[in-house]
Design a protein around this ligand. Structure first.
Ligand code: ASP
Ligand code: MG
Length: 426
């Protein structure tokens, strides 16, 4: 007998039928003898719909009210799921993040979990019931305000509960069979990985792979919670996220595989400041302004300055949702920063190749650039880390870029197409 935390994403509980199907799975796990804690997301595209609704009311909804609004989505699914499980003759009770003891900081919209005081959940388990917990939400310690953890945050709730309850495994149920070498919606021949390291999964998530939220992987690595990513629509074994050495290249070879996968991201935008003085302190001033606006940046490129003018251009990428904030702050500071012009471009995409084995393998970037050349795709920005190469392209060429790189590195599966069981991928 063990303790399992299971997390079901929005597409796994999209309608009444799906909720009943998931309830069956949960009841089976409980009947098999394990203690079961379930973390659930809002039904289908509920969260997006609530956001659209708020934006119809006001262009800048207050973040505290936004959090109250969005947490309602998970309240709906958790209570319906508890009813469905009870219907099958298994005791189940649902809890909001607050009731479950998920304590966060007070940063509305992207709060961090500080502590999980799971005494209430423990009691429910000890009484033999299944505990259902609303994902993606918590409460601040001092003001009792409701917070959300950022999009996709239910994964983090699940890992935090698994760590707090010392669970044997955290199963993340989704609409595909595991972590793939690329998003199967774009690359149908993508291959399922049996295992992936925390480090690789971190870079995949940071590069836009949506199968797991970045913070949840960070949390799991820190607390060494093993994650099993699998489908709620099939009985297949999924992908294990763990630090044990991988063996992807064949029997007995314990060498690190070169490539884990190709991730992509359409959520970024690019800002270019034209005509910035190439003198000490220029970049510091620009990014101090951006930081003061509370905007996180990703890639940065600064050109060599033109000899006659001593002026240069600085480009950087940022989440497109922060575009208004950042451009407003930079425009306001234009006199101090001294740039001639600001260009904003949100028609970009980012594709990243990730793999722990890259560290010791020359020629990876060259091969990637060659694949893009052969596909006729222009590279606008490049950044690299020890285990990742990322490239910015035009947004409308991103899918082609993903496919070109995926096949250039021989990642296509030999045994048929990956199944996407549900979800709109929104
Ligand atoms: N419902 C939230 C979202 O759609 C949280 C989650 O699904 O994990 O982002
Ligand atoms: Mg969702």
């Amino acid at each position: 007998m063990g303790l399992i935390v299971q997390k079901y994403g929005g597409s796994s509980v999209a309608d009444a039928q799906s909720i009943k199907r998931v309830a069956k799975r949960i009841a089976e796990a409980r009947r098999a003898g394990d203690d079961v804690v379930v973390v659930v997301s809002a039904m289908g595209d509920t969260t997006d719909e609530l956001i659209d609704l708020a934006n119809d009311i006001t262009p800048l909804p207050p973040s505290r009210e936004m959090d109250i609004l969005l947490t309602a989505g998970e309240r709906i699914s958790m209570s319906l799921l508890a009813m469905a499980i009870a219907n099958l003759g298994v005791d189940a009770q649902s809890f909001t993040g607050q009731q479950a003891g998920v304590i966060t900081d007070d940063v509305h919209g992207r709060a961090r979990i500080l502590d999980v005081k799971a005494t209430r959940i423990r009691e429910v388990l000890d009484a033999g019931s299944v505990a259902i917990v609303a994902g993606f939400q918590g409460v601040t310690e001092h003001t009792n305000d409701v917070t959300t953890l950022g999009r996709g945050g239910s994964d983090t709730t699940a890992v935090a509960l698994a760590a707090g309850l010392d669970a044997d495994v955290c199963e993340i149920y989704t609409d595909v069979d595991g972590v793939f070498t690329a998003d199967p919606r774009i690359v149908p021949t993508a291959r399922k990985l049996d295992r992936i390291t925390y480090e690789e999964m971190l870079d995949m998530a940071a590069s836009g792979a949506k199968v797991l939220m970045l913070r949840c992987v960070e949390y799991a690595r820190r607390t060494q919670v093993p994650i099993h990513v699998r489908s709620s629509f099939s009985g297949h074994t999924g992908t294990l996220v763990t630090d044990e050495p991988l063996d992807r290249e064949g029997e007995g070879q314990m060498e690190q595989p070169i490539i884990a996968g190709v991730a992509h991201d359409r959520s970024e935008a690019k800002i270019t400041l034209i005509g910035v003085a190439d003198v000490p302190g220029s970049a510091a001033r620009v990014f101090e302004v951006v930081a003061a606006a509370g905007v996180n940046i990703d890639m940065i490129v600064q050109n060599v300055s033109a000899a006659q003018t001593g002026l240069t251009d600085i480009s950087f990428t940022l989440p497109a949702e922060d575009g208004k904030k950042a451009t407003a702050a930079l425009r306001e500071a234009q006199e101090t920063l001294g740039h001639a012009e600001l260009q904003y471009d949100d028609a970009i995409g980012k594709v990243s190749l990730v793999g722990a084995g890259m560290k010791s393998h020359p020629g990876i970037s060259a091969k990637l650039f060659g694949a893009l050349r052969d596909a006729g795709i222009n590279i606008e920005m490049i950044s690299t880390s020890e285990i990742r190469v990322s490239v910015v392209t035009r947004a409308d060429q991103l899918d082609d870029a993903v496919r070109a790189i995926h096949s250039a590195f021989g990642l296509d599966s030999a045994d048929g197409e990956a199944v996407v069981y549900g979800g709109s991928g929104r």
